[in-house]
Design a protein around this ligand. Structure first.
Ligand SMILES: Cc1cc2nc3c(=O)[nH]c(=O)nc-3n(C[C@H](O)[C@H](O)[C@H](O)COP(=O)(O)OP(=O)(O)OC[C@H]3O[C@@H](n4cnc5c(N)ncnc54)[C@H](O)[C@@H]3O)c2cc1C
Length: 313
């Protein structure tokens, strides 16, 4: 980070953050994008993206994000690693506490996305890295020729189950309802895949383990209440997401689920703080919508800064 004062600081290096960075730096604003883990956000945990326009046949998520990153620094966006722990709103300026250090800017764009939700089962945390995972792309290859389960019934669960058939001997898709929520095209692929078995109307009651890690799970039929044990070497949880917004909870209005309350113009309840992408109240959480949001947030930040300057004069 070149010095500690910026026009705009973007928090999060996913598709929304990168697009906000591209637009803000192209508008000649002195801009910094901060990422706490890995540049590219959730897209770094997926394989082929088939619905990003311009790539017939699809493109791998990490490859797409490398292109985003290359592009967003082209106009002078500064990028850096760091966890934003707190934003202090001083009105015309904002102070960000990043790993204990202070950075100052005129406008903030929050693009901190979401993280996978946990099942909340006893032993789940302790088994992460020893059988329990929330990312098939990251950990799938560790599970060759062994039975595994995917928990969930939406698009992510379906995509993960299909991806894991490359490695596992068998994939049990555990879904609490009698129908998948995944899009039709994914449902069709799941239903006809010979390695995938669906445990309909089922939930995981208990995890089974020994000192090496996960060994199985007890599944419960939600209709009959009957339970059965299944042998598993791995379990991939895909039961939804939680927005990463705790650090702004005392600053901007959130929904009950923790999403930042912001309309299409990305304005939050705090002037000069904008929210874009999966962390705000969007109806569709995809790369295409995150990108649109990022662009809008940068332009809104630019307008806000212009108005600040006029009110100074
Ligand atoms: C497995 C999987 C498959 C998917 N497949 C598709 C697909 O095929 N097509 C599609 O369009 N979409 C897909 N998506 C959804 C898509 O990835 C998201 O909609 C998109 O990434 C949202 O972008 P974002 O920038 O809002 O948030 P994210 O991608 O979540 O990025 C947010 C970033 O902010 C960082 N961050 C969080 N808190 C802080 C902090 N305090 N300080 C600094 N940095 C912070 C995070 O580390 C993260 O890198 C998929 C998602 C997953 C998980």
């Amino acid at each position: 980070m070149s010095d500690s004062t910026y026009d705009v600081i973007i928090i999060g290096g996913g598709p929304a953050g990168m697009t906000a960075g591209l637009y803000a730096s192209r508008a000649m604003l002195k801009s910094l994008m901060l990422e706490k883990m890995i540049m590219g956000g959730q897209m770094m945990t997926t394989t082929k993206v088939e619905n990003w326009p311009g790539y017939p046949g699809g493109i791998e998520g990490p490859e797409l994000m490398m292109k985003f990153q290359e592009h967003c620094v082209e106009f002078g966006l500064e990028t850096g690693y760091g966890t934003v722990e707190k934003i202090i709103d001083n009105g015309a300026s904002k102070t960000l506490i990043v790993d204990g250090k202070e950075l100052t800017c005129k406008a903030v764009i929050v693009t901190t996305g979401v993280v996978p939700r946990k099942l909340g089962l006893e032993g789940e945390e302790a088994l992460v890295g020893r059988g329990v995972s929330y990312c098939a792309t990251c950990d799938g290859a560790f599970f060759r020729d062994v039975p595994i389960a995917v928990i969930g019934g939406g698009d992510t669960a379906a995509e993960e189950a299909l991806f894991l058939t490359r490695f596992a001997s068998k994939v049990i898709l555990v879904h609490r309802r009698d129908q998948l929520r995944a899009t039709k095209i994914l449902q069709e692929r799941i239903l006809k895949h010979e390695k995938i078995e669906i445990a309909w109307n089922s939930v995981v009651d208990r995890l089974l383990s020994d000192n090496t890690g996960l060994t199985g799970a007890v599944l419960r039929d939600t209709q009959s209440g009957e339970t059965r044990e299944v042998e598993l070497a791995g379990m991939f949880v895909a039961v939804g997401v939680t927005p990463t917004t705790g650090f702004v909870a005392d600053l901007v209005e959130l929904t009950e689920d923790g999403y930042i309350q912001a309309g299409e113009d990305t304005h939050t309840s705090a002037p000069g703080i904008f929210a874009a992408g999966d962390c705000r109240t969007t109806v569709l959480k995809q790369v295409s919508t995150a990108v649109g949001d990022g662009a809008v947030a940068a332009i809104m930040a630019e307008k806000y800064i212009e108005e600040l300057q006029h009110s100074d004069n």
